[in-house]
Ligand binder design. Structure first.
Ligand SMILES: Nc1ncnc2c1ncn2[C@@H]1O[C@H](COP(=O)(O)OP(=O)(O)OP(=O)(O)O)[C@@H](O)[C@H]1O
Ligand SMILES: [Mg+2]
Length: 246
């Protein structure tokens, strides 16, 4: 049965979509069957990262409303890999209900090894929809107080849901900036405040952005793309170093 992973954060712009797309691509490159559902209604972005925007006709709201078959809205990102993307609705008003998305996911779970869900920022209704069917969550933060507070809010919300395994991703980390800010003694303090087990420490690196924005996640095997492979290994319980070097 497939694992359902939501990627969330309290604060916007921490790198959720980047991490979600990167991890989905890394699983696909390991020959896993992967479905990536964009739940950021009104702000869809995953389609651009996988170059499927021009082909898009249907989105997740069309599946839920019965306006199309599942297969019509599952867009294969590449001929070489079993990675399928479902777009978020173009307009926020078309956000889907948590229970209906969960029903859909329960029906299709066995067809995939991993289902990744990109959540909008915050703990509002879009987040609830994205997280409702998940068994695992990756909470993405930047090593700053507001971002960490957002993580604490998300953590509390997830505790009331059926998400059993909640892990921390510290993204866009720059050691020099972190030290100059002088807000924390060390990264352990950040992790303690966030209150979650660390699964990845991803450096600030323009090559990570370039990979995603150029739609190269599936055909690039550089160090930047290997960062996401390390995350997949750790999700699968393999003991690989958390600290990534680009
Ligand atoms: N490790 C990184 N190094 C450099 N740039 C990054 C990194 N991770 C993400 N970015 C950049 O940060 C910006 C925000 O990333 P992204 O869109 O993934 O965040 P988000 O959390 O999904 O935002 P939103 O809350 O708006 O959905 C993008 O320009 C992205 O390319
Ligand atoms: Mg996003």
């Amino acid at each position: 049965m497939g694992k359902v992973i939501v990627v969330a954060s309290g604060k916007g712009g921490t790198g959720k979509t980047t991490v979600c797309a990167g991890v989905a691509a890394a699983f696909a490159k390991e020959n896993k069957r992967v479905l990536l559902i964009d739940c950021d209604s009104g702000m869809r972005g995953v389609d651009m990262m996988f170059g499927i925007s021009d082909r898009l006709v249907y989105d997740i709201s069309d599946i839920i409303s019965g306006g199309c078959e599942n297969r019509d809205a599952f867009y294969k990102a590449s001929a070489d890999f079993e990675l399928y993307c479902v777009a978020a609705p173009l307009y926020a008003d078309d956000e889907v209900s948590p229970s209906l998305l969960k029903e859909l996911i329960e029906r299709i779970k066995d067809d995939f090894d991993y289902i990744l869900i990109d959540s909008p920022a915050g703990t509002g209704s879009g987040f609830v929809t994205a997280a409702y069917a998940a068994d695992t969550a990756l909470v993405v933060i930047n090593a700053e107080p507001i971002s960490i507070r957002g993580c604490q809010n998300i953590r509390k919300r997830l505790e009331t849901m059926s998400v059993k395994d909640v892990r921390l991703v510290i993204n866009r980390f720059e050691k020099e900036r972190f030290c100059k800010m002088g807000l924390y003694e060390d990264l352990d303090e950040v992790i303690d405040e966030a209150g979650l087990r660390l699964i990845a420490l991803i450096p600030e690196d323009v090559r990570v952005t370039a990979l995603c924005q150029r739609g190269e996640l599936l055909n690039n095997w550089s160090q930047a793309s290997l960062i996401f492979s390390a995350v997949t290994k750790r999700i699968e319980g393999v003991d690989v170093p958390v600290i990534a070097k680009v």
